[in-house]
Ligand binder design. Sequence first.
Ligand code: ATP
Ligand code: MG
Length: 397
Amino acid sequence: MNNPFLKAVPLLEKIESSGFEAYFVGGSVRDTLLGREITDVDIATSAHPYELKAIFPKTADIGIEHGTIMVFFEGEPYEITTFRSETGYSDHRRPDKVNFIRSLREDLKRRDFTMNAMAMDRAGTIIDPFNGQQALSQKLIVTVGNPKERFGEDALRMLRGIRFVGQLGFTLEAGTLASLAELGPLLGKIATERKTAEFEKILKGPFRSEALTLLAKTGISRYLPGLAGYENSLLKLSRHTKASLSMEEIWVLLLRIIGKRDKDAEAFLREWKLPSRTIKTLLKVLRWLEFRLEHKWDQASIYQAGKEYALAAENVYESLTENNGEQGSIADIFEKLPIHNLTELAVSGGDLLAWSGKGPGPWVKDVLEKAEMQVIDGKLDNEKGKIREWLEHCNLI
Ligand code: ATP
Ligand code: MG
């Protein structure tokens, strides 16, 4: 067992010594069996939340109605969930009722895929009633029980299935795949934020091409924000396999491929409910990508874009055109610029007011920008005296 587990073993012991069962469950068990690194562990227990609170002095209610509380143990927070079964699902997204139960097997049964329905005890023994290990060795994503029923209960599971394709490079088992293609419309019931979280995991995944292809071919993408009718665009995106694209760069690539710009691009990103700051960044990279598709970089454009934005736009450009880009020279040119932003200009707005004797107004910004561009183009040294001379010579002050 590796570190995060070892650290939590005394926590399981403590729960057990109080007369309850406790296990590691979910993604951390799956990822460990796959030899993937894990950062945190999920714990499931037969103890009810109030029983856990009696065992541990420091806890926080983070989802107590679903049986999850946060326990602070030896300085670390742990999410611990009471074994539960779920019933109802009349809205196709969450159970009408959660029942706390004492059986591990029943708890594992409510989980989505067999690879996610395993537990590990504190000695490292795997409890695997639904053959999750077999699925792992076959690289198959299989629902626990009937896929139609399981996707019908919670439609997000379909998107989670495709997300695991993107992360792990596994294949959806035939029955699971068939149900997914059939029940796609139920995704309409799922909150945008949950879809966005899964979609971003797809974009980040090393097997994003496979996952994007599946999204398009199963028709699932029709039920994602703004993507109805863009199946071919997603297939096109899937062919851009450049590994070094960041998630933001892939969003920009997607915008370019679906042909959205400016206001349309903004409306599309808002449909995904991305944070305003992210939207601003993406639109800026997109604008510089559009620039790059028409022009080569020069000092002025690299200065105006800023190094980070220019590099991001260039990376997307490289992926789009399969060109060997100019990332190296962008960084080089930026480093050698006489100034990197307006605050480095040797002259300020205050200087202009003092020299001209004129009152403040929009002219100050205009004149500063003129001087700024002269300096960037190498036509004027960034020295106060020289800049003043030039401004006077041009009758700008
Ligand atoms: P990740 O590595 O992204 O955290 P994960 O499998 O741990 O993947 P979580 O969302 O952290 O995913 O969920 C933890 C566990 O809870 C899953 O492994 C699975 O057993 C169960 N689970 C999560 N979401 C669902 C769902 N929608 N339906 C059924 N079981 C679920
Ligand atoms: Mg997890």
